[in-house]
Design a protein around this ligand. Structure first.
Ligand code: GTP
Ligand code: MG
Length: 136
């Protein structure tokens, strides 16, 4: 088994989609090992998004992530890192496939790319690092 960090980002929480997103995660059979509502400060987000520092969307991304609480989930399952990213869909909700969280719930207009509802770690190294940031 494997663990990953999933975040339901501020847009997902604000839009009341926490339950709908959790339902998909549970239907897939993944195990909720830990779950908490978090209002991250800038320092935590700078660590989480260190790889994106300097990119044009970095500041708007941090501002967005500080706009309200996120739900942080320590999620376990067989190949859950790859599997959750598959459930989430591609980064931009405008073109994410139907059947995915981003594809089904992402709005197709008035949307910023950073407002894509969820985050999932992209490798075992990222998962270990990010779980330490959100569950310390
Ligand atoms: P995460 O699971 O959130 O890490 O998404 P990802 O792996 O699909 O995307 P990536 O790690 O490349 O980017 C992290 C986050 O930055 C994305 O989830 C978006 O919220 C945001 N982001 C990425 N690319 C863009 C972009 O081109 N424009 C804007 N506005 N935001 C972006
Ligand atoms: Mg990423």
């Amino acid at each position: 088994t494997e663990e990953t960090l999933v975040l339901i980002k501020p847009d997902g929480v604000a839009r009341g989609l926490t339950g709908a997103i959790l339902a998909r995660i549970e239907a897939k059979g993944y195990a909720l090992v830990d779950i908490r509502l978090v209002e991250p400060d800038r320092a935590r987000l700078e660590r989480h998004y260190a790889e994106h520092e300097g990119k044009p969307f970095y500041e708007p991304l941090l501002e967005f992530m500080m706009s309200g609480p996120s739900v942080a989930i320590r999620l376990a399952g067989n190949r859950v890192i790859e599997g959750f990213r598959s459930l989430a869909g591609t980064t931009d909700p405008t073109t994410a496939a139907p059947g995915t969280i981003r594809g089904d719930f992402g709005r197709d207009w008035g949307l910023k790319v950073q407002q894509n509802l969820v985050h999932g770690s992209d490798s075992p190294e990222s998962a270990g690092r990010e779980l330490g940031i959100w569950f310390s």
